[in-house]
Design a binder for this molecule. Structure first.
Ligand SMILES: [Zn+2]
Ligand SMILES: [Zn+2]
Length: 258
């Protein structure tokens, strides 16, 4: 399975920067997990392939350019862009984003070929199919309804924590699985901002270090993501100081193969 965390910003020469402002993971060039930077950083092949997008929660950094992505593709879509999310998240996207005020309600619109956007409600704790992938979603602990995911292609499995603080069901799901190749987990704030992390339901390196003790598997790659750009260097230093051998920081733009 190929997983790329899309970059969010580019320097004056067009080279992707390492700061991660928006969240969008592209799997095998055809499925997206979240859509923060989807209209900004996908290449032309990804734009022509990605029609399946899992939205873990409706925060702006995870959906910022989703409306623009559908808008850009509008005349050429021969099948709808399918948005996989829980019923609650679909309700929030319809109420707060695709509401005719912020952006058109694409789920009501058709181009010459048919509907341009379709919602696919996802179950909790039950496997569902997204393109060639099997996915399981469970709730995590964030300030809006949010799911963490395990995505499998039949050979390899990768877990995505999405945005979360201390949580239980996500670890239960992972610990019950036979094998996991990678865990992509958030580390948003440095330790000195533990209070802010607590009220906004995110991890710091210290709380992540505690949380990883719930993991009963070992040997998988653990990739820290969602580092707030203003504190990136500080968070990386504190993550390194945890001395967890398989823990690395995921690099935007780079393609990881599991
Ligand atoms: Zn969030
Ligand atoms: Zn976020």
């Amino acid at each position: 399975m190929r997983v790329q965390l899309l970059p969010s910003t580019f320097d004056a020469q067009g080279v992707a920067t390492l700061e991660q402002r928006l969240t969008c993971f592209v799997i095998d060039d055809c499925v997206a997990v979240d859509a923060g930077s989807i209209a900004i950083a996908t290449n032309s092949q990804q734009r022509s392939n990605i029609r399946d997008i899992i939205v873990t929660h409706p925060h702006m950094d995870h959906v910022a350019s989703l409306p623009i992505y559908i808008d850009d593709l509008y005349p050429s879509l021969k099948e709808p862009v399918r948005i996989y999310a829980t019923e609650e998240v679909i309700g929030l996207l319809e109420r707060d984003v695709f509401n005719w005020n912020v952006y058109p309600r694409f789920s009501d619109l058709k181009n010459d070929y048919g509907p341009v956007m379709e919602y696919i409600p996802i179950p909790i704790g039950e496997p569902f199919r997204v393109a060639h992938l099997n996915v399981i979603a469970v709730p995590v602990n964030h300030i809006v309804p949010t799911v963490g995911l395990v995505v499998s292609d039949g050979q390899k499995s990768v877990a995505f924590s999405s945005d979360t603080a201390e949580t239980e069901e996500f670890w239960k799901m992972i610990n019950e699985m036979e094998g996991l190749d990678a865990l992509l987990i958030e580390a948003s704030f440095p330790d000195r901002l533990a209070k802010l992390a607590h009220v906004s339901r995110h991890f710091t390196p210290a709380s992540l270090g505690q949380e990883l003790k719930k993991l009963t598997h070992n040997g998988m790659d653990i990739m820290a993501v969602h580092l707030k750009p203003s504190y990136r260097d500080e968070i990386i230093q504190q993550l390194n100081a945890l001395n967890i051998p398989d823990l690395k920081v995921m690099e935007p733009g780079k393609i990881y193969e599991w």
